[in-house]
Design a protein around this ligand. Structure first.
Ligand code: AMP
Length: 287
């Protein structure tokens, strides 16, 4: 497995691989890799001949006062992990390699970034879609792998690919969780021991919602109120509890055939997100 840092190098490696490779897969990440990222890489390795993992803490998706500077950077361990999982190449550019001059061209997806995480992170999704468009153009993969963990990001990226006719397919992977249900995240390492215990409240609120829907509850205001109870803990504050259409991200007032239930909260100073999708046709109704 090679590690390259420049756009020219990755293009050259990919050009060579393309002759031999049937399918090229890309797994975009910000590093500090964990088993959630691992699940994307493993799936890419089973489905593609050449797998590129990009590791880039993208400054344009961080707002002022967010954790850009302290975001964990663990390239050496990440590289060992990628090699063990069978990745072919790591692309780990510096900010200067990705943005050699001030970026004037941006990819903006309309309306979808307005709610959920976008409401408190203005400009975040413009940074995400722009860096992903750049990565797609640099690597030119057949498939790019994303996690359902970042549900709003996944919807935006899929829409960008469709609306701009980008020649690749997005493949989504389910959320990998700790034993107690906490979704794996690079930011979990910020949590103190006591915060770690409380952090499971996001998952518990989602479970509570699912149980209530299984019991026949469909009213979103009732569900949100019940979910909020899971967050009634010291050092925990809710950012949002939303139930939306999984494709348009429009708020629902009643649970529909498909609903995305998404939460964001601060546990201590750490911002965590989680979500589940409820599909009424697959529900274990306990009415
Ligand atoms: P990040 O490094 O946080 O930008 O994440 C890179 C990719 O890994 C994104 O597509 C995430 O949705 C995905 N990812 C992060 N955490 C998880 C998880 N717990 N389960 C599945 N995918 C994840």
């Amino acid at each position: 497995m090679d590690i390259v840092n420049t756009v020219a190098e990755v293009r050259q490696k990919i050009k060579a691989a393309r002759f031999a490779a049937k399918f090229i897969g890309l797994v975009p990440t910000m590093g500090a890799l964990h088993a959630g990222h691992g699940s994307l890489i493993t799936r890419a390795v089973t489905e593609c001949d050449t797998v590129v993992v990009s590791i880039f803490v993208n400054p344009t998706q961080f707002g002022p006062g967010e954790d850009l500077d302290r975001y964990p950077r663990t390239l050496e361990t990440d590289a060992k992990y990628c090699e063990k999982l069978g990745a072919s190449l790591i692309f780990a550019p510096s900010p200067e390699a990705m943005y050699p001059q001030p970026q004037l061209a941006w990819v903006d997806v309309e309306t979808l970034p307005e709610g959920l995480c976008g409401a408190s992170r203005p400009g975040h999704f413009r940074g995400v879609t722009t860096v992903c468009a750049k990565l797609f153009n640099i690597v030119q993969p057949d498939f790019a792998y994303f996690g359902q963990k970042d549900a709003q990001q996944a919807v935006l990226i899929q829409r960008m690919v469709r609306d701009l006719n980008l020649p690749l397919e997005i493949r989504l992977c389910p959320i990998v969780r700790e034993k107690d249900g906490l979704a794996l995240s690079s930011r979990n390492r910020y949590l103190s021991q006591s915060e770690r215990k409380k952090a499971v409240c996001l998952f518990q609120s989602l479970q509570r919602c699912r149980q209530l829907v299984e019991g026949g509850q469909r009213d979103v205001s009732v569900l949100r109120k019940a979910m909020a109870e899971s967050f009634a803990l010291p050092e925990v504050s809710i950012e949002y509890i939303e139930i939306v259409d999984p494709e348009t991200l429009q708020e629902q007032s009643e649970i529909q055939d498909r609903s995305l239930v998404a939460v964001a909260a601060r546990v201590g100073a750490t911002r965590l997100i989680d979500n589940i999708e409820i599909d009424l046709s697959n529900l274990q109704e306990k009415v």
